[in-house]
Design a protein around this ligand. Structure first.
Ligand code: GDP
Ligand code: GDP
Length: 433
């Protein structure tokens, strides 16, 4: 999946633009689950090409007195982590010193850049926009993020500059991404896993991000670790801001089959961890939660259960996720962690036979049919798993639009009960038959 980053100083309209582009559906999903989230990350598509959009500015809390080096870091990271950059500027202010600073950084690299001159709401503004040629980055697009004008042409250019979608490698090795907050123990875990104390190599600025999956054969398991380069590169940008860890996680998560989400037991499952979990879930990836530094926790009879309950509350409604308590320091349950990830991988690629699905689920549905809606009865006749990379199930029925979320969740739970999808997000669709 290609990544497009939106950069620019505060108040030029980045979030307005971003919100216009990310799929409306995501907002609705959040409204239903009642969770409010900072929306700095989303999917968008244009002319049939899908890409991931990141509003880098959203992470650097928007004030006018943002330090110059903050914006430098934001832009450098965008250059590192994305395929195309949209540089947003504001016609009402013209070029500011900070815009110049950003332009300077962008000129130094040859990452594709599209310039969006925002707030062009009038003809006068359109004429004023000419000054943005002085950024030295070539042609620009006049847009109004508020009313949407000009965004189509801008996206035409963005999509044109996206790399050809890479052909997925066809070996069926599990791809694991190790993700989590800074200091959770990711590097230590990977070191323990690959059995080398010092694997962090010197960083070459501007190296491409392709083919960075590294293959390992450990404990009798053959797998790839995705995006270890992101971890190697740690020395370059100090990951003190949440933004950096989230942004570094995005691509790793997208390129993986299963995410090993590591958290520091002494810090718990906080909103940042929740955010990373959500990224994995939203991308329909398998998830294993690894509670690390378990050596530091004082244990009583119920400690594990309480910890698990606490996490499940945070990840609800997708709670069917394995949680493994590990200590990388003492090399405790590292093997178990990988074993669990392999199980999740297998569950995620599993195909349940149509016959088996119907034999198991139809009687259950008969005993607990969907509630009637507007006096009409919904009849589910037939169920099949769709031929997608991750589990999706189609329930064919007479009135699909009348089946509401609670019943879909009921069906999902029954699928989980009978077919073991531990750690795997699954989708339930109602289809007209
Ligand atoms: P960010 O800090 O770059 O994310 O900027 P915001 O998206 O928060 O926008 C900053 C301000 O500019 C807000 O008051 C927006 O309503 C306003 N704004 C954004 N886009 C436009 C536009 O196209 N035209 C006008 N007139 N105002 C805009
Ligand atoms: P990263 O930022 O997620 O890659 O975290 P690191 O692997 O650099 O680990 C951060 C710190 O936590 C280091 O000082 C590690 O030695 C320490 N650490 C990692 N795993 C454990 C563990 O299981 N127990 C304890 N006590 N410390 C750990």
């Amino acid at each position: 999946m290609s990544i497009v980053a939106v950069v620019g100083r505060p108040n030029v309209g980045k979030s307005t633009f971003f919100n216009r582009l990310i799929k409306r559906r995501e907002a609705i999903v959040d409204a239903v689950s009642g969770v409010t989230r900072d929306r700095h990350y989303g999917k968008s598509d244009w002319n049939g090409k899908e890409f991931t959009l990141i509003d880098t500015g959203g992470y650097v809390k928007g004030s006018d007195d943002i330090f110059e080096h903050e914006i430098d870091k934001q832009v450098e990271l965008a250059i590192d982590e994305s395929d195309v950059i949209i540089f947003v500027v504001d016609v009402t202010t013209g070029i500011t010193p900070m815009d110049d600073e950003v332009a300077k950084l962008l000129r130094k690299h040859n990452k594709p850049v599209c310039i969006a001159v925002n707030k062009v709401d009038s003809n006068k503004a359109r004429q004023d926009a000419v000054e943005f040629y002085n950024l030295g980055l070539g042609d620009y697009h006049c847009i109004s993020a508020i009313n949407g004008s000009g965004t189509g042409e801008l996206l035409d250019e963005v999509v044109e500059k996206l790399p050809e979608t890479s052909v997925d490698d066809f070996d069926d090795l599990p791809k694991f991404a190790v993700v989590g907050r800074p200091n959770a123990g990711k590097s230590s875990f990977i070191n323990a896993l690959i059995g080398e104390e010092r694997y962090i190599v010197t960083d070459v600025a501007g190296t491409t991000r392709d083919s960075i999956d590294t293959r390992y054969n450990r404990f009798g398991f053959d797998f790839k670790l995705v995006d270890t380069a992101g971890i190697r590169r740690k020395a370059k940008v100090k990951e003190d801001l949440e933004f950096y860890s989230v942004m570094r996680s995005v691509r790793a998560i997208e390129n993986s089959d299963v995410c090993l989400l590591i958290l520091d037991a002494t810090r718990g499952f906080d909103s940042q961890v929740q955010n990373i979990f959500w990224l994995a879930e939203k991308n329909r990836k398998g998830v294993v939660i690894l509670v690390n530094k378990w050596d530091l926790v004082e244990k009583e009879t119920n400690t594990i259960k309480e910890f698990k309950d606490f996490i499940k509350e945070k990840i609800s409604p997708f709670t069917d996720v394995p949680i493994v308590f590990i200590s990388v320091l003492n090399k405790q349950r590292i093997f178990k962690a990988i074993e669990t990830a392999v199980e999740v991988y297998k569950a995620r690629s599993k195909r349940v036979k149509t016959r088996e699905l119907n034999d198991v689920l139809l009687p259950i549905i008969q005993n607990n049919p969907p509630p009637a809606f507007k006096g009409k009865y919904v009849k589910i006749k037939f169920i099949t798993q769709l031929p997608t990379p991750q589990p999706q199930f189609a329930f064919f029925c007479n009135l699909p639009q009348y089946v509401k979320d609670p019943y879909k969740r009921f069906l999902e739970n029954k699928l989980r009960e009978h077919f073991d999808f531990n750690g795997v997000p699954i989708s339930v669709y109602m289809r007209k038959k």
